[in-house]
Design a protein around this ligand. Structure first.
Ligand code: UGA
Length: 443
């Protein structure tokens, strides 16, 4: 089977390489020449564990980059749908991709399937992709041309692993033949795994993606709400509360890590798009608005914790360890670190930062407003407070003695529960989001 992937961003490249590795012949297409040049030289345009290795292995050996959309059985559209100011999604890339694909399909014979994999608001495949392709190609979906929507659920930092172990495959189909073709492809790719395949309408598939991300974001804001209450209760610890909750199968253990909240290019963008979509329909989804409010408040909450330890932060030196929106990525889109840096600058602090991968990206954004360190130990030197913002495992090597020796005042605000409170004693003062007062050691 031959597949073409249009848009070699995060989802597109990961999908291409994974399918190629499973024996599908994949052609990758993108309009960004810099991106193409990087990929052709064996370098992924973003950081993701194991992607570079797989690219080197599959480039021109199952996966090739093409300048024109050629012959394929299946065409996946995986272009970005970034946020606009009002929260709705920008559809320009999707329209362009549909236009190019429509032109290509004009001269094709036999049966092909167009599959939208980009995250799009319910109705977009029907109202945007379908008419553009039909008018450009002069062909009608349902007659030798299939249309499907197949949302992606992979997480940055574990993209290939998530692709290899999906909880489910969702196929929204316009015509049964397109659903059959896509199911056949996935049954071949996941032959030894057989994940549940959900076949549904295109509208529902589009909805499933948004509802899933909105639910996961809600779960995080929920546990952060519990954390913010527990914070004020002697001896309470949100980590233990979440642990006890997670055994209930109806609740589940995942996505109950309280802390600084969610960042990244998906949750906030998708929530805003869902809210904006809903408002156009005449319904304000208050719950989803609150999920975002709670999330935005978590950085301020961490600043308050520092104030409890140090009084006014004006003139204080602080360190931020971890800048990426999560470990194993250099991505800082909508990262909590940016919110925290802005709040700390507002409070009059001098900031030194360190991250194993994302430091260059933050430097581009923040310029000379903060100081950049080459190691975690360098970042905390001479500071009054250290914020743990991303749970990189290398930070775990920092011990009580490192903080005591390096810092002027050894105050730690652990925004990701990287450490256990019992690892520290006086003079270190350790606080963490969701940890009630009396269990803070050294206070
Ligand atoms: C998210 C979804 O998890 C994927 O299923 C989805 O495919 C993807 O968005 C997308 O729409 O493309 P991603 O944003 O890459 O994936 O990363 P997550 O692992 O979900 O983490 C998002 C944020 O939530 C991170 O900042 C993380 O630190 C935070 N988080 C996660 C918490 O604060 N607590 C948790 O318990 C879990």
């Amino acid at each position: 089977m031959k597949a073409t992937v249009i848009g070699l961003g995060y989802v597109g490249l990961a999908t291409s390489l994974y399918l190629a590795d499973k024996g599908i012949q994949v052609q990758g297409y993108d309009i960004d020449n810099d991106k193409i040049a990087k990929i052709e030289s064996g370098k992924p345009p973003f950081f993701e564990p194991a992607i570079e290795q797989l690219l080197k292995m599959r480039l021109n050996n199952g996966f090739e980059v093409v300048n024109d959309l050629g012959d394929s059985d299946i065409y996946f559209i995986t272009v970005g749908t970034p946020s606009m100011k009002d929260g709705s999604i920008k559809l320009d890339y999707l329209r362009n991709a549909a236009r190019s694909l429509g032109k290509t399909l004009k001269s094709k014979e036999g049966y092909q399937v167009v599959v939208v994999k980009s995250t799009v608001i319910p109705g977009t495949t029907r109202d945007v992709v379908r008419p553009v392709i039909e008018s450009e190609s002069g062909r009608a979906f349902g007659h030798n041309l299939g249309l499907a929507m197949n949302p992606e659920f992979l997480k940055e930092g574990s993209a290939l692993n998530d692709m290899a172990n999906p909880d489910r495959v969702v196929i929204g189909e316009f015509d049964k033949q397109s659903g059959d073709a896509l199911e056949k492809l996935y049954r071949q790719v996941y032959s030894d795994l057989s994940p549940p395949v959900v076949r549904t309408s295109i509208i529902n598939a589009e909805f499933i993606k948004y509802a899933s991300n909105a639910f996961l974001a809600s779960k995080i804001s929920f546990i952060n709400t519990i954390a913010n209450i527990a914070q004020r209760v002697p001896d309470a610890d949100v980590q233990q509360i979440a642990y006890g909750m997670g055994f209930d199968k109806r609740i589940g253990k995942q996505f109950l890590s309280a802390g600084l909240g969610y960042g990244g290019s998906c949750f906030s963008k998708d929530l805003k798009a869902l809210v904006s979509f809903s408002e156009v329909l005449g319904y304000t989804p208050e719950l989803l608005l609150k999920v975002e409010n709670v999330n935005e408040g978590q950085a301020i909450h961490a600043v308050e914790l520092a104030k409890q330890q140090l009084g006014s932060l004006n003139g204080k030196k602080v360190a931020i360890l971890g800048l990426a929106f999560k470990p194993d990525t250099d991505d800082i889109r909508d990262a909590v670190s940016l919110r925290l840096i802005k709040a700390l600058i507002g409070a009059g602090t001098k900031i030194s930062v360190y991250d194993p991968l994302a430091i260059g990206n933050i430097e581009e954004e923040m310029g000379t407003a903060i100081t950049y360190s080459k190691t975690a130990r360098e970042a905390i030197r001479g500071t009054d407070c250290c914020f743990i913002v991303t749970e990189w495992s290398e930070f775990r090597s920092l011990k009580q003695a490192d903080f005591v020796t390096a810092m002027r005042t050894p105050v730690i605000i652990d925004g990701r529960r990287l450490f256990k409170p019992e690892e520290f004693s006086s003079p270190v003062r350790y606080s963490a989001i969701g940890l009630g007062p009396s269990v803070k050691l050294g206070v």
